[in-house]
Ligand binder design. Structure first.
Ligand code: ADP
Ligand code: ZN
Ligand code: ZN
Length: 799
């Protein structure tokens, strides 16, 4: 008898180790690790992942049998099964959540499946499965064990395809296709027999010479000049057979022209050579590619990927959500064509599922995607690239709270391949590792074609606001006018991090707040409501102040919409485009704005962080930053780093081609080092300055950090539990560990639950892991009283 080890879908500490189930005879040799199954658990049936197989010898006592199969093939490969194990341990989360995180959204919950016959023959041969239909709903109730075994064997042989039936729009699309059945001699014979005027048939026969082994969709045949009537007639003669072929949704929207590799600059060449060496010798070396904006990092990525592909290996390229623009995807596709698969959150679940399938089946060799793409089911990875490695979107905020960089390094070690971390402004953690020799530092200090870095000036908005009340300083307004006159383009960045538009009574200072959370409500002009960004509460915008009945209750703060209005007022002839969450919600709108601006159909592009990165417009010669310091006031030790990064990135958008660029930064803190050093784009000096600050404050990269958050419906309970945890930590850890808190979080109450946190800073604490695991086990027992504890290893958010 065979035994399966199963991780069950019960998020609890006790279920983090696999449970053993016996495999019933009719499923013997069919169950593989990575498949999901249904198992009895207590008095119900639940889902689980098979993570291992063994024989029964080591078990005494009676095991419950697996009730049924959910997947007909493994949906998680052995690498990812191993990774899930490690990830759960690293992030203090449940194995089941890690496994589920790896699957594309649509496959996580739904169990509906379709069986698709490979061709008419299979369909006719197995009426007990297909009842004459080419595509049927998988219905376990209908099959006895013998039919189930038949289905599994057909699946293994490739005679049927199993598709996950997602929601309507996500369902795989199957279309009729035809494939030739004649060899060259038969084609020649057939050509002799057809009538001279049967042009369609002649065309088809000629095409069959070159497409002998291709199964082409009817639409493809049509584009080659063969109608479906011709194909039907040809099928009767036995020239072609019909079958069904998957129509793959195309997430790329448009075709791109192929591009050739550039001849590399010496620094680029040196970088590509080092990376190639590691690829060839299968070394899991980590490179930090540090290059100013416009220094040609992307070209280094592309040519390194090409080397990995030449060796028959695959490549994974990760980019931040915000930079996964059509521009970058276009550049990658122009080099590698249809071998590229893309994964990001703006795609429909159907598109993501299709791309995931193409990767899983080995059809896509290069995967470009955001954070979650680090779990792409690629095999034989030869190179992993992480562009803009410092970006905060690489850290997942919810369970499992992983840092993509760590997962990338794990996969590189597993696949024996290098990782390239690229950035103009590396995270202090990565740069410090490079200085210690843990990473290999590769530098691209020059912009391509020696384009000068833009000239940056800083405007003190304190003196500016004393003179007039406008979002734009006199200098910025003048500079915009100069560009408009010269027919050049302008980008305006409204830094909205930690910034929102709220309502305030000008007479009594009343600000509407969420009834469930300790936070002011945000004004949404399009729906004309006040919304809470934490719990979703909504209410109408009041016209009189509920506190003093004044009518002067007005909107405060500047959103991109207001900025757009002001800019249009000041420059009535300018064509203005706005890019923010509101204007890019619709699919394709992001591309449309970029296309329009790229074609110079607008003079000014204004927007939020979204426009700061990755875009490459040669005619932009002026970048204005409206409120450079809105992040500096954050009670977060990384706020200087974030500000420096953002200003450096956005400055890099100016003067990318022959015309020299200018950058104007408006700020209330003109003397702050993050702003002063962004002016000269002096990363080295910023690194040195910031490392001193971190050293003195005992922050990363000198110290490691862990954040523990606890919440419950009662503030007393949360506080007392967290004090208990603090005392436990003090007892278990060394005196060198720094334990901060517990303190109420900046927003203490969210959805009527009270949040407190503890921060641990440490250098070496061999007991820490075991201590935190123990805290989780203990807190699990108290969950009934409403207490929830979360642990964030190396958090990015300290508020
Ligand atoms: P980064 O990613 O460092 O910001 P890019 O890779 O976008 O820089 O390069 C900036 C510009 O220089 C792009 O337009 C790119 O096509 C071009 N470029 C890159 N490498 C070369 C090269 N070796 N020769 C000529 N042009 C290049
Ligand atoms: Zn009032
Ligand atoms: Zn709320």
């Amino acid at each position: 008898m065979q035994v399966a080890q199963v991780i069950v879908d019960v998020p609890a500490r006790q279920t983090n180790s696999p449970f053993s189930y016996s495999i019933p005879d009719h499923l013997a040799d069919q169950i593989q690790p990575g498949m999901r199954v249904q198992v009895p658990f207590g008095n119900r049936k639940i889902t689980g992942f098979v993570v291992g197989l063994s024989d029964s010898s080591s078990f005494n006592g009676k095991l419950k049998p697996i009730a049924d199969l959910i997947d007909l093939y493994p949906v998680v490969n052995s690498e990812l099964l191993n990774l899930a194990e490690w990830l759960a341990d690293q992030t203090y989360s449940f194995k089941i959540s890690c496994l589920q995180t790896m699957l594309p959204g649509g496959m996580r919950t739904k169990n509906q499946k379709k069986l698709i016959a490979k061709n008419e023959q299979v369909c006719q041969q197995y009426p007990e499965i297909f009842q004459g239909q080419p595509e049927v709903e998988y219905d376990r109730q209908k099959y006895n064990n013998q039919v189930l075994a038949e289905i599994l064997n057909l699946q293994k042989a490739g005679d049927i395809q199993v598709e996950y039936d997602l929601t309507n729009h996500a369902r795989p699309i199957m279309r009729k296709a035809y494939r030739g059945q004649l060899n060259d001699a038969q084609i020649a014979d057939a050509l002799k027999t057809v009538r001279k005027n049967a042009r369609g048939q002649i065309q088809l026969l000629n095409l069959l010479k070159t497409h002998q082994n291709d199964t082409l969709l009817v639409s493809k045949w049509a584009s080659l000049g063969v109608t479906s009537a011709t194909l039907k007639a040809a099928e009767k003669k036995g020239w072609v057979t019909s079958t069904l072929k998957r129509h793959v949704r195309n997430p790329f929207l448009r075709d791109v022209a192929p591009s050739q590799p550039f001849k590399l600059q010496p620094d680029q060449q040196a970088a590509v050579d080092s990376i190639e060496q590691a690829v060839v010798h299968k070394k899991d070396q980590v490179f930090l590619l540090e290059g100013v904006t416009g220094s040609g990092k992307t070209e280094v990525y592309l040519q390194s990927i090409a080397h990995a592909l030449e060796l028959g290996r695959t490549a994974l390229m990760l980019v931040p959500e915000i930079t996964l623009t059509p521009q970058i995807v276009g550049r990658i596709r122009s080099r590698f064509g249809d071998q590229v698969a893309m994964l990001h959150s703006a795609m429909s679940s159907g598109e993501r599922y299709d791309e995931w399938q193409r990767i899983n089946q080995g059809k896509a060799k290069v995967v470009v995607g955001v954070r979650s793409a680090v779990f792409a089911p690629l095999s034989n990875i030869g190179l992993i690239i992480m562009d803009e490695e410092h970006d905060s979107s690489y850290k997942q905020a919810d369970n499992p709270r992983y840092q993509t960089r760590d997962v990338a390094k794990w996969r590189a070690a597993y696949n024996n391949c290098p990782v390239v971390l690229g950035s103009a402004t590396p995270s202090l953690e990565s740069r410090a590792r490079a200085m210690k020799g843990v990473y290999t530092l590769l530098k691209l200090p020059h912009r391509i074609n020696q384009h000068a870095l833009p000239h940056v000036s800083i405007i003190d908005m304190k003196t500016e606001l004393a003179k007039h009340h406008s979002a734009l300083s006199t200098k910025l307004a003048d500079a915009i006018q100069v560009r408009l006159d010269k027919h050049e383009q302008v980008i305006l960045l409204l830094n909205r991090r930690g910034y929102s538009a709220f309502l305030m009574c000008r007479d009594c200072g009343y600000v509407p707040r969420c009834p469930n959370c300790d936070i002011s409500l945000t004004m949404h002009k399009n729906t004309h409501t006040l919304n809470c960004h934490y719990c979703g509460h909504k209410e109408p915008v009041p016209t009189v102040c509920p506190q003093c009945h004044s009518k002067r209750i007005r909107f405060y703060g500047m959103g991109s919409e207001q900025l757009e209005e002001q800019v249009k007022d000041m420059f009535p002839t300018a064509r203005v485009l706005r890019m923010d969450v509101d204007t890019t919600r619709k699919k394709g709108s992001h591309e449309a704005i970029i296309d329009q601006f790229g074609a110079h159909k607008a003079d000014i592009l204004l927007g939020t962080q979204m426009i700061a990165k990755g875009l490459d417009f040669p005619e932009v010669t002026l970048v204005g930053v409206l409120n450079a310091d809105s992040a500096l006031q954050f009670p977060d030790f990384r706020s200087s780093e974030r500000t420096f990064e953002l200003l450096t990135q956005v400055s890099g958008r100016s003067g990318r081609a022959d015309k020299t660029g200018e950058v104007i930064i408006q700020t209330f803190n003109p003397d702050h080092y993050a702003i002063q050093l962004a002016k000269t784009q002096d990363y080295e000096k910023f690194y040195a300055t910031e490392m001193r600050v971190r050293h003195d404050g005992k922050y990363p990269p000198y110290y490691y950090t862990v954040k523990l958050t606890g919440n419950s419906p009662s503030e007393n309970q949360t506080a007392s539990e967290m004090f208990g945890i603090m005392n436990f930590l003090k007892k278990q850890l060394s005196p060198q560990a720094i334990i901060l808190g517990p303190t109420p979080k900046t927003i203490t109450r969210i959805d009527n639950r009270y949040y407190y946190q503890i921060i641990i800073k440490y250098r070496k604490e061999p007991q820490l892991k075991a201590t935190l695991d123990e805290i989780l086990v203990q807190s699990q027992k108290k969950q009934r009283q409403g207490l929830q504890i979360a642990i964030d290893n190396e958090p990015l958010d300290f508020m």
